[in-house]
Design a protein around this ligand. Sequence first.
Ligand code: F6P
Length: 547
Amino acid sequence: MVASRSQLTSWQRLQKQAQGLKNTHLKHLFAADASRFDKLSLAIPGVLFDYSKQLIDVQVRDTLVELAEQCDLAQWRDKMFAGDKINFTEQRAVLHTALRNPGNVAIDVDGINVVEQVHKELAKVAAFVDKVRSGQWRGYSDKAIRDVVSIGVGGSNLGPQMATEALASYADDTLNIHYVSNVDGVQIAQVLKQLNPETTLFVVSSKTFTTSETMTNAATAVRWLKEAAKDDGAVAKHFVAVSTNLQKTAAFGIADENVFTMWDWVGGRFSMWSAIGLPIALYLGFDAFSELLAGAFEIDEHFREAPLNANIPVLMGLLSVWNTSFLDHRAQVILPYDQALHMLPAYLQQGEMESNGKAVNFAGEPVPYTTVPLIWGMTGINGQHAFYQYLHQGTTIVPADFIASVEPQTEVDGHHHVLMSNFFAQSEAMMNGVDAEQVRADLLQKGVSEQQIEELIPHKLHQGNRPTTSIILDKLDARALGRLIALYEHKIFVQGIILQICSFDQWGVELGKGLAKNIESELRAQSVGEHDSSTQGLMAYYLNKRR
Ligand code: F6P
């Protein structure tokens, strides 16, 4: 038995405060306090974080911080940075922060200084990137590499792909990058048909090197290459791997010197800072990759050093707990006003939902509160023309994170003000809403009849009071992206500690994987085994049609 968070005095006070604030409108909180923005926003180099449009007040913020103190958040944070095995269920350290720490202070895991390992591997990545980008690395017909195909899924895909999309404006034309994550053959077929095998390099990224989707795609890529090269030796010149599993990479035919290592203390969804980020470094150059790491390191330092009430990731995590576990908002939407961040919602979906989408505490007991929300989203502008109707007038309140930059990556006359006017307008609208008097005044002015006005009022009312956070970066470059992602990573850590969730395992994805393996054998043998009648019926239907 562990003491439940719900027994803590701060938790109980928050429950009462939530009851009080549920009957309060955000616009009244703003009207009552002209300095609300100053009190509930903070800026650190390159980032403005405004949480004044969240349904809280200074007392709630302070009680949330007290909750963090009562949960020993600072001590847990320090254990993570020190390499303690805080991933209890797998007996592993959690050290993605070591991947971006430029210092030389040793961190010991099982008697090994991981800092030394990290720096050694980074140097290997840098040398390899240089060789490929400079054209020294040659393919089987002695041509330089032009295209890189990254094969991987989940944490071995989303980070690199999200980051290369986010920073594509800074890429030179040395290399093209492609991603294959889905085992649906349509994806790899479409990628391969554009490519010349003589000038293509495959990076097979898989922490375990057992993930069936990745292994299937990699095997297809090998066949494609061998067919063109008519030489099995070509594999060594066109395939490298990123993995912890050297036995499997060797069995696959990749020489050890072409394998970039990661370690079991790097969780898949936190791994883009490791050699898993190789596609980022290949596409943008190693300097840009170093900038990404430097941005994340700045946030690591902020997370370690800033007082809890002025600590952005701490506040992000606490606000999420407040919205979900106290105000019962069960979804959260991520809205980047930046086309380059179009993959950010998908990336954060894995980060938060795979980490904290769980229902038992550290001791394995059911938690008596709702844990983390469903995370979804898309670029804000496109979302406006798709699902914002639901956000403004739906029956479910969905707290939102708005993300934008002061400077656009690409200045096109007049565009950025249009984009940013929407960024500012939407969170203002979600907060204020529109009441009946405003609707009436507007329609009267347009000459609408009294009767029509009365009919239209309920349809045009916006309750407002929708909580939002706004994050404004200076400009989305590699350093800024590193900062942004590290903020969310630490937010996820904070949520886990407050909610007593083991954030670093993912047993929930294993069940389906195991079942799929058995079913795959049945499909290959064209025989339906022991299943419930629905699964049997579906499989039989499929097999009959495939005959
Ligand atoms: O989807 C589950 C998962 O284990 C993720 O956590 C991980 O990022 C992904 O699969 C890929 O795993 P691997 O890198 O071992 O191929």
